[in-house]
Design a protein around this ligand. Sequence first.
Ligand code: PLP
Length: 361
Amino acid sequence: MTIYNFSAGPATMPDPVIAQIKADMPSYKNSGMSVMEISHRSALFDDIINTAEQDMRDLLKIPDNYKVLFFQGGGTLQFTTAPMNLATKYHKIGLLDSGHWADRAGDEAKRVGVKVDVLNSTKDIKYTKLPIIKNLTQDTYDYVHVCLNNTIEGTAYSTLPDTGATTLVGDMSSNFMGQQYNIEDFGAIMAGAQKNLGIAGLTLVIVRDDLIGKVQNLPSMLDYDLFAKKNSMFNTPPVFAIYAAGLVLKWLKEQGGVAEMERRNRAKSDLLYNFLDESKLFTAPVEKADRSLVNIPFVTGNPDLDAKLIAEATEAGLLNIKGHRSVGGMRASLYNAMPYEGAQALVDFLDKFEKNNRGTN
Ligand SMILES: *Cc1c(COP(=O)(O)O)cnc(C)c1O
């Protein structure tokens, strides 16, 4: 039986990457050591981290005046680190409340003494639409924080909110490398690796160099400027996670890059959305224009039927389609590594389930 893993994160990885990890495991490049055992100060690792950075720069067309930094601590630690490094003039940021992860970002910023203004929210309609900025004319925020792909609620910004002259900081944790954005539209981007770029333990930060180095004596492990100066090796970096991300980046290049990934993600999600919109049993609650290409929540409206569906899907090899506890129902994550056949298998299964369960809702 073919297994497809629809988990929102940690998530499915490309098969060739897993095969490469397996092949490399006993002796990386004939060194007699696995990647788990090599020194981060070795030439072997220098090559891994430098190649990963260069491949990322090529894939995203990152301009030279942006730093690429490798952190630990997940997307969540960046909710703390970004305001500490970037909210240095007004000590105040704007936030679009688009769901759970945006809300968490605001919460962590407040914990480090930064004031957070919610510029707009769609909480009252359960985040089924994206909040937009109506009119931001004054320059009173160090930046506006936006969560580009709302992993839990299933929305994504395809057009960026208009922040005027104010710096935009984007959380791309769940659609990093899966949807095209222009790096120059952002002051900084953060992304945990375990959704679309590999394994947990690594978080990417891409930041414009004029924005950093403004605060003295930040805790070293949270200091963008220090990490930039130390090539992300102030201390031991997550060696294996950087190696795994490097393999995913190579795979992305072979597949045709981010434009091709976006095209595939659109094809997979269209297949599923079209089915859901035609269905008499299932509903996809998100407003069409705001739908995510990679995280797709859907419901039957009957929690017992949802539970039955999830159990039967699991038995059929379609894993982890249970929705987030805050939303309920189901959620399918169709990240870069999910093949079209996986989306097709899910739609075939849902179609059969609907026919078998006519009249039970
Ligand atoms: C998963 C996720 C996070 C948090 O990531 P951790 O690595 O678990 O800290 C933040 N933002 C978004 C959009 C996410 O999907």
